[in-house]
Design a protein. Structure first.
Length: 501
């Protein structure tokens, strides 16, 4: 192991660096720095400053390279102080996205139309003012800003129209803002279709259909100024950071993959966190709460050591062929190369113990500690059922399975269905199993990404069985949610080869 680990009764005790690096600028980064005051903090960003005595600021700084894992990151930073190497146990990312008016609003180019964030610069005393928030607005960030600006214009004597698709009624303090706006005479107008806007030189012609009055034609209005709601778009820095950190992005390029197990602050890499607009506009109002959650996650590092459960993968260096199969499938980037010893190393601080690497290893050089059960006993011609302990196993525990099922099912819980290799499945069939079924996580619900590996293996084995004239139904994969046991039972009913007494 690269760092000293000390065996304890409940796991392994590992030394860690209590320092945290916060990268970014704006309210999200500042909230993170404030929440992490108990730690030594390196703040790297355009406008970074020494917020407290425990903060070292690196203004106009950028990260050049990142090495190491949770608890022991080494980061190369370039800023006004030159190039430096910083050490920390955790990383918090809060870069600023790009603001833009979405094309989907379909607005003409006009000097009377302005981005919402420019509202404070535009004098509009006693004029007719419209606010238009598009269908893409989510999370309420721009809606709250727009309502506050609408109230300000209404207090100056302007007639204000507020066009929206949805209002964030659950956002803290929004209901009071909404009631204040109503009292000031703001017309809140809900849309189901885009607002039609025509520029006539010194005035804007607006028309919309009221969803409560579908029998009427489009309602015409006029406005002298229109403020269009904006949206966040990932800047080029987002993709650079994702590649540098080895973290997965969502479909738009924001710095958190669409996986429910990562919400609200985690990434696929342990020890690297994101908050606020780094994840998109839907999370912009939650930066302070997310900063507190990150502080809670990193609090154990304050003692300088943390306890790791004894479930991480081990590598037998004498058996390792350095084929890099494990390196390519590890979702957490927990595997590093040791070229000098011609082997790989699994960092216990980053390993989730999913077992995907062990299942992919062609030389069986990787093992995981397992409970006292043989994964491949003689099955007595039963159905072997491997269930992920985070999904399928929990669903099965909630079920009262039919008696004839219990007599024929040989159920085994595994850390992840990605831990069940092709050789294990084939050996089960060779040992007499009538069928092998894997119960794994839905897409976007798997912490280690092993569900995709398991599905690929099942598909490959099915094709091989069919080529030999054997029924492909002997091997099945089922996606299961832990809180949907009856759906699990119905799915099993469709695929299980249950013999009737």
């Amino acid at each position: 192991m690269h760092a000293p680990f000390f065996k304890q009764e409940a796991g392994w005790l590992s030394p860690v660096n209590p320092a945290v690096l916060v990268f970014g600028e704006g309210s999200g980064a500042e909230a993170a720095v404030q929440a992490l005051q108990a730690h030594p903090v390196h703040w790297v960003g355009e406008n970074a400053w020494a917020l407290t005595e425990t903060v070292r600021a690196y203004p106009r700084g950028m990260m050049l390279s990142v090495r190491g894992q949770r608890g022991h990151f080494h980061i190369e930073v370039q800023g006004t102080q030159g190039v430096q190497w910083l050490e920390c146990g955790g990383i918090v990312l809060s870069p600023s996205p790009i603001l833009e008016v979405p094309y989907s609003l379909g607005l003409p180019v006009s000097p009377l139309i302005h981005p919402l964030t420019h509202a404070q610069r535009i004098p509009a005393v006693g004029q007719q003012v419209a606010f238009y928030l598009g269908e893409e607005e989510s999370g309420g960030f721009f809606t709250v800003i727009a309502v506050r600006e609408a109230i300000r214009f209404a207090e100056m004597g302007s007639k204000v129209y507020f066009f929206f698709y949805d209002l964030p009624v659950a956002a803290e303090g929004f209901e009071a803002l909404y009631e204040q706006g109503l009292k000031l005479g703001i017309s809140f107008l809900r849309l189901l279709q885009p607002l039609h806007v025509v520029d006539e030189g010194n005035i804007l012609r607006l028309s919309f259909r009221d969803p409560m009055l579908p029998q009427f034609e489009a309602i015409p209005l006029t406005a002298e100024i229109l403020f269009a709601g904006e949206r966040f778009r990932p800047s080029p820095e987002f993709s650079r950071l994702a590649e540098l950190m080895g973290i997965q992005t969502d479909s738009e390029g924001f710095l958190q993959a669409d996986n429910v197990l990562y919400f609200p602050i985690r990434t696929n890499r342990p020890g690297i966190y994101v908050l606020g607009t780094a994840k998109g506009s839907a999370y912009s109002l939650q930066a302070s709460l997310e900063a507190q959650a990150i502080a809670g996650e990193l609090a154990p590092c304050l003692t300088g050591e943390i306890l790791i459960p004894d479930g991480f993968a081990r590598v037998n260096s004498e058996m390792c062929s350095l084929c890099l199969s494990c390196y390519h499938v590890c979702n957490q980037r927990a595997i590093t190369l040791d070229l000098e010893k011609k082997t790989v190393y699994v960092d216990p601080l980053a390993c989730h113990g999913c077992g995907v690497c062990a299942a992919e290893c062609p030389t069986m050089a990787i093992t995981l500690p397992r409970p006292a059960q043989d994964l491949n006993p003689h099955t007595g011609k039963k159905i072997r059922l491997y269930s992920c302990e985070n999904s399928g196993y929990l669903a099965l525990r909630s079920l009262n399975l039919p008696v004839e099922w219990k007599d024929q099912l040989d159920m085994i819980a595994v850390p992840c269905t990605g831990d069940v290799g092709s050789l294990s499945i084939l050996k089960d069939l060779a040992d007499g199993a009538r069928q092998v079924v894997l119960l794994g996580c839905h897409e976007g619900n798997c912490l280690g990404g092993g569900n995709r590996q398991a599905q690929a293996r099942v598909l490959e084995i099915k094709e091989k069985l069919q080529s030999m004239g054997i029924s492909a139904r002997k091997v099945e994969w089922i996606a299961v949610a832990p809180n949907a046991p009856w759906e699990c039972q119905n799915a099993l009913r469709k695929v299980l080869d249950i013999k009737r007494n």
